[in-house]
Design a protein around this ligand. Structure first.
Ligand code: GBH
Length: 529
């Protein structure tokens, strides 16, 4: 028998939560289908650090944090971040502690192909991702790489970035490098993370890298090119790798749930969904391809009225249309029609749309998270999932991000646990009641990291990271233990998180009274068995 005292902490958690009679089970059958997969996610810029290691070149985020540091709320940067470049073994260990089936991370374009172009591959970059992938697989954890999580090589930005139509080819070439190096060990690839954030916030409002304020024209050029980039990478995989590796590819789109503020706003809410999701889906999942017709028409009419010669939304050629679902979800908005003009500079997935004068707001009953954009409405996730199925058919869906932001210090993060429990209950209902084919769920994030312009003050981690120490120690939060027990049970019918025995605070020391308590419980059960 495994001696009680030689158990490490995680064995202990497994052990304690397997003492069924001691835990209070949640009511109802909230077990997920067999084979359902559980993961957690990070992104290269947010965790890796080592921003100028070896040949790595600067990305657009390196430039923003160094040259426009005042735009980062706590004036921090990602130069070291979680130091995952050096601490990847610890990251794998954490994934293991949680019992994950897969780990979603991203590849830094600037680390693998520092030129931006695929004529030179970095040995160092190649080794780093090989180590990570092999290390995960050695523990039975599937790697789920994202090719682009917002860190464009600055060199390509200087050449126009996502507004240069050639970027689609540059991306496909980079994708080919990644497929050929790592594709033999990857089942699920994510091409581009949240194009809506890249284009609306990066090229529309100019709030994130590359800080371009071009809501009328630049934003739509970005959207078209990013969709073509996805399509081209998809075709590269299909033509050159599918036979051998048989993996799957998807964009990871961001879905805020939008509903009408009142019944009369219902049409505006559906138009919003076409703008916010349809622009990133229609080309891939509809029969006819191209842009959603209602959106295309709207922008074309506005453009004509404004005196443009052609629509601000560039059309797809027939050839482009002939080219090809991952879900990121956090928050909801109520859509409200406005009589007054909504300025272009106040348009974003979180605030409104100037093309048809609507604002996106909260409802009084939706609680706020730590970030301004974060409103909690668990039913929103189920609504997104059923909307996708109704509109674009019955596809396999993986939830590639979902999570809750809080201040860094909170270790006993009951609010986050509730967030996970409530959102996951909605996922369960989408599967069992609505028949949506959701096959996996990914918690954002495995650990605290740099939350883009919000710096290190808004944290999503299952593990807390101490950024004041060079070693960047990671400590499991209470939510890590909750998530681990859900993963293990493949079910939300697990003891309430407060019943799971936790280590309090940043240290992993057991207090002596806790030790005695656990010991007594152990003796008690052994006697019973
Ligand atoms: C996702 O974005 C990202 O994929 C992930 O990297 C991120 O850490 C996570 O979710 C949590 O945010 O520029 O002032 O509008 C979700 C959307 C993108 C919303 C960044 C907040 C910046 C605030 N988030 N955005 S602002």
């Amino acid at each position: 028998m495994l001696s009680f005292f030689t158990m490490n902490f995680w064995q202990l958690v497994v052990f304690i939560s397997s003492l069924a009679p001691l835990g209070r089970a949640a009511s109802g059958n909230l077990t997920f289908p067999p084979g359902f997969r559980w993961g957690a996610a990070t992104a290269a810029y947010q965790v890796e650090g080592a921003w100028n290691q070896s040949e790595k070149s600067p990305s657009i985020w390196d430039k923003v944090v160094h040259e426009y540091n005042h735009l980062i709320q706590d004036r921090s940067n990602g130069d070291v971040a979680c130091d995952s470049y050096h601490l990847w073994k610890r990251d794998i260990q954490m994934a293991k502690e949680l019992g994950l089936d897969f780990y979603r991370f991203s590849i830094a374009w600037t680390r693998l192909v520092p030129n931006g172009f695929s004529n030179a591959i970095s040995e160092d970059g190649k080794n780093y991702y090989n180590n990570l992938i092999d290390g995960l697989l050695a523990h039975g954890i599937q790697p789920m790489p994202t090719l682009y999580h917002w860190d464009l090589p600055q060199r390509l930005q200087d050449l126009g970035g996502w507004t240069n139509p050639l970027v689609a080819d540059w991306f496909a070439d980079y994708a080919r490098v990644a497929f050929s190096l790592f594709g033999d060990r990857v089942e699920y690839w994510i091409t581009i993370n949240e194009p809506t954030m890249v284009c609306e916030l990066g090229y529309g409002l100019g709030l994130v890298a590359p800080l371009i304020k071009e809501p009328e024209v630049g934003k739509y050029m970005c959207i078209k090119n990013i969709m073509l980039a996805h399509a081209k990478a998809y075709r590269v995989y299909e033509r050159e790798f599918k036979d051998r590796f048989n993996g799957k590819l998807s964009l990871a789109n961001h879905y805020v749930w939008y509903e009408g503020e009142t019944d009369s706003d219902g049409i505006a809410a559906e138009l919003t969904r076409q703008f916010q999701y349809g622009l990133y889906l229609h080309a891939v999942y509809s029969k006819e391809g191209g842009w959603p017709p209602a959106v295309e028409q709207h922008i074309a009419e506005n453009s004509r009225r404004e005196g443009y010669n052609s629509s601000r939304l560039p059309a797809f050629t027939q050839e482009e249309k002939a080219l090809a679902r991952a879900v990121n979800h956090y928050s909801s908005r109520a859509v409200r029609q406005r009589r007054a003009r909504v300025p272009a500079a106040q348009s974003s997935p979180f605030s409104g749309n100037f093309e048809f004068n609507v604002t996106y707001e909260g409802r009084p009953e939706w609680k706020k998270g730590r970030s301004f954009w974060f409103l909690i409405n668990p039913a929103g996730l189920r609504n997104v999932l059923t909307w996708l199925k109704t509109r674009y058919g019955d596809h396999e869906v993986i939830i590639t991000e979902n999570g809750y932001s809080d201040v860094p210090d909170v270790v006993n993060d009951d609010v986050r646990i509730n967030y996970f429990r409530e959102y996951l209950t909605q996922v369960h209902r989408a599967i069992t009641e609505d028949g949506v084919n959701v096959t996996g769920y990914t918690a954002w994030s495995l650990m605290d990291n740099i939350e883009w312009v919000e710096g290190y003050k808004s944290t999503f981690g299952l593990y807390q990271v101490d950024f004041s120490r060079a070693e960047r120690p990671r400590t499991p939060r209470k939510s890590a233990r909750y998530y681990a027990s859900v993963v293990r049970a493949n079910s939300l019918d697990v003891p309430e998180p407060q019943d799971i025995i936790m280590i309090n605070g940043a240290s992993q020391m057991w207090t002596s009274s806790m030790r005695i308590f656990v010991l007594l419980m152990a003796l008690f059960t052994f006697r019973n068995t």
